[in-house]
Design a protein around this ligand. Structure first.
Ligand code: FAD
Length: 439
């Protein structure tokens, strides 16, 4: 039997793939969206913050109230944590709950089926329960043209003018050979573990001081990662909270610490514990996050194929952004395929403007800006240990009232601070961090 032929095959119905299929089908292309899970989202893991700007680029009329959104985020912040304390810097703006909403929390098991359904509504054919095993080529070797995919379906192969690979961090084996050093190195991926803890809607609102529908998203930095470069998170869903921690795989492997121990340590922290106390664990998952940034970008397109989202390593680990880079890269990949089809040219040259439009977008520009941040923090782990401790010490001195004259107390705190870190070293570290975060 002759294999079916489409204009475009999209592999993976995550944020990147669903967005790509939505855009291409909306432009009149014959699109099939292949997903290995029995339902989109059934295998996916994410902390949970989705960004309004990216979703609206895919769906200009998007309204959170008409989608499976958990809560619109009105407070975001960073908690610098010692073993027992936390200095919390956060910003709350009820205006963020008004359109155009800045960001919101989702549970992927609910969000992904809805987002993929928008692609179907635009005209794409969704085939869940379909595992893509390899790319089909018209000849031997990586230089030959991709003409379709081999699947585990009884009807096997599917052909197309172009294939967008949006299958996430565990991507098709062929793609690994397109990376600068072959396989993704363990220092360029983080392993994250996440738990969803059910509390009930009222308890979530009360504990976080939130109105109904409003949400909070906190990034947690400090000693609970045992000095390993990594970050924790605590996000509110409607009736539950998502809590998790991710650390660089290479460090984790060498530490002898198990990922669940890091999460247990975070959940036991005296500042975190009251938020989740009495809750029921309803989901536990682990997943990799590609964090190599711009240095680890693979080739983005070739003859008959393009790669988007996590499959291309498009994650801004410093800003907890991945879903928005995935959606926007999926859209830009689809735009390139639409243009290529109009010219009748799906060759590498015909699809090359995908990389050019990614470079013009925030996706590559932000990855470039933060290129030095992860290496800097890896080389200066005091930002995860000593500095949170010193920050807590200063905060403690500001908020403690002891009867000692304020000026004497301030002098003593400064002395203790400078004993731990000389003013010169402190300035050098802060300036280094500033430079690393600002490109
Ligand atoms: P994925 O979401 O991984 O989707 C890939 C899809 O392809 C999946 O549905 C998968 O089943 C399917 N697939 C894979 N292989 C095949 C195959 N061979 N055949 C068919 N289908 C296949 N980002 C944020 O923006 N905000 C956050 O709060 C956030 N928190 C995170 C917390 C954790 C713990 C983790 C792990 C990641 C987090 N991220 C976050 C990153 C974000 O989840 C990813 O960047 C984003 O999901 C990437 O989307 P994607 O579509 O490229 O890949």
């Amino acid at each position: 039997m002759e294999a079916e032929k489409f204009d475009l095959i999209v592999v993976g119905a995550g944020p990147a793939g669903a967005a790509a299929a939505m855009r291409a089908a909306g432009c009149g292309l014959d699109v099939v969206l292949l997903e290995r899970g029995s339902v989109p989202g059934s295998k996916n893991v994410m902390g949970g913050v989705m960004y309004g700007h990216a979703v609206r680029e895919a769906l200009p009329d998007f309204e959170p109230s008409a989608a499976p959104v958990e809560r619109v985020v009105t407070e975001q912040g960073y908690w610098l944590m010692t073993g027992s304390d936390a200095l919390r810097l956060s910003f709350r703006s009820p205006a963020h709950a008004r359109p155009p909403e800045n960001c919101f929390t989702v549970l992927r098991a609910r969000w992904d089926p809805w987002f993929a359904a928008q692609a179907e509504e635009a005209g794409a054919m969704l085939l869940p329960g379909t595992m893509v095993q390899s790319l089909l080529r018209d000849g031997e070797g990586m230089r030959s043209r991709v003409i379709g995919v081999r699947t585990d379906r009884p009807d096997g192969d599917i052909l197309a003018g172009a294939v967008i690979v949006a299958s996430g961090v565990h991507s098709l084996a062929e793609l690994l050979s397109l990376r600068p050093g072959g396989e993704i190195p363990a220092k360029a991926v983080a392993l994250a573990v996440k738990e969803v803890i059910y509390l009930g809607e009222e308890r979530v609102s009360d504990r976080f001081g939130l109105e109904r529908d409003q949400g909070a998203a906190y990034e947690l930095i400090g000693e609970f990662t045992a000095g390993m470069p990594g970050i924790g998170f605590l996000y509110t869903n409607r009736e539950s909270v998502s809590i998790g921690v991710g650390v660089v795989l290479e460090d984790l492997a060498g530490s002898g610490v198990k990922p669940h121990e890091l999460l247990d340590r975070l959940k036991e922290h005296p500042v975190v514990r009251p938020y989740i106390a009495g809750g029921e664990s309803v989901e536990y998952s682990a997943h990799l996050i590609p964090e190599g940034g711009i240095e680890d970008l693979p080739q983005l397109a070739g003859d008959g194929w393009l790669v988007a989202g996590d499959a291309a390593g498009l994650v801004n680990a410093m800003r907890r952004e991945g879903s928005n880079l995935a959606i926007v890269s999926g859209l830009l990949a689809a735009d390139a395929v639409v243009r290529a089809r109009a010219r009748g040219d799906f060759s590498a040259a015909g699809l090359a403007d995908y990389a050019a439009s990614l470079r013009k977008s925030f996706v590559i520009q932000d990855l470039r800006r933060y290129r030095g941040a992860m290496p800097y923090i890896s080389a200066h782990r005091e930002f995860l240990t000593t500095y949170p401790r010193l920050a807590a010490k200063v905060a403690d001195s500001v908020f403690q009232t002891t009867g000692e004259p304020r000026s004497a107390r301030a002098r003593r705190t400064l002395r203790e601070l400078f004993d731990a870190r000389s003013p010169w070293r402190l300035l050098r570290d802060v300036a280094g961090l500033w430079r690393a975060l600002n490109g």
